[in-house]
Design a protein around this ligand. Sequence first.
Ligand code: NAP
Length: 329
Amino acid sequence: MFVYPGWGRSGLVGWGAQMPETVAAAAERSPLRVLVAGSSGFIGRRLCPALEDAGYAVRAMTRCPDAYRGSGEVVKGDVHDPHSLRAALTGCDAAYYLVHSLADADFARRDAEAARTFARAAAEVGLSRIIYLGGLGDDADDLSAHLRSRREVEGLLGSAGVPVTTLRAGIIVGYGGISWEIARQLVEHLPVMVTPSWVRTRTQPIALADVVRYLLGVIEVPATVARAFDIGGPEVLAYVDMLRRVAAIEGRPLLVLPVPFLSPRLSSLWLSLVTNVDVQTGRSLIDSMTNEVVVRDDSIRGLVPFEPMDFDDAVLQALGERVKARRAP
Ligand SMILES: NC(=O)c1ccc[n+]([C@@H]2O[C@H](COP(=O)([O-])OP(=O)(O)OC[C@H]3O[C@@H](n4cnc5c(N)ncnc54)[C@H](OP(=O)(O)O)[C@@H]3O)[C@@H](O)[C@H]2O)c1
């Protein structure tokens, strides 16, 4: 029997609540089982405990189960290995897809292949839905290879017929997030920055806690199935203003000097010298900084309503979490 995934803590929210036989089936199988692909990552580490708190049975997928220390039942799985995916997904009702291979020079091909493989395995085991966290950016724009690839993954995840909900985010402000950590390290390491002209591109950063809230919210709302949504914080900021705001919060001096002659290659080499990002990832992210990443359609606000955190609070929370993590034994 098909159980539509408009689930809540008991699996009874949404369409299921109007269909007595489905409710009974859902209740029998409760709590609903959700696979998180990318459970060990920046987002997955926070999403897994939030799902458990909300009453879901979490299956945390990683390539290295022995190293996994997070929430949920750990399961080994590689998005390039269909056999491992079928085993990991069997018995699950839904899956979150939080995987990318940005550090790989061939990331677009690898991420496309992985999404196709995941889509097929999900269809084979009868998964009801996939929830994917991708990237903001306007299709009409000349999108960077990274943002194009994130967009391509949306379509490929749905290519075998399992409905996909996509949340598209720009910079996610939270301890350990690659883009946020680059911003933080730039501010902390350089009182004077010579930057390419992309520092004036606009972005709409969002707090990590709010991303988790949206990821959790959409699984509860049937109207979000098979749709893509933009998510962002309350403020649209140029990258340069974002850096200035971080510097002000940290009480650090910052002089930004935009120059026209810094190529993406030079910028990424320079980024890898002053931050801990690798050259390949730095290059992909820098290429994306010429694309405006702002919310164009805020319909998610009507379906998962709450007030997103403002930028300064998101920064304070990210800095606080970093301090806590460094103090931990
Ligand atoms: N971070 C941001 O600011 C940001 C902004 C917008 C959108 N997003 C999106 O959010 C999603 C998650 O990003 P993140 O920042 O959490 O990434 P992350 O911290 O780099 O984590 C990546 C995850 O992917 C998993 N992974 C990589 N290759 C895999 C493979 N072959 N098989 C199975 N798992 C694999 C890793 O797990 P193991 O190594 O344990 O296997 C890891 O848990 C991505 O789709 C990204 O585009 C992130």
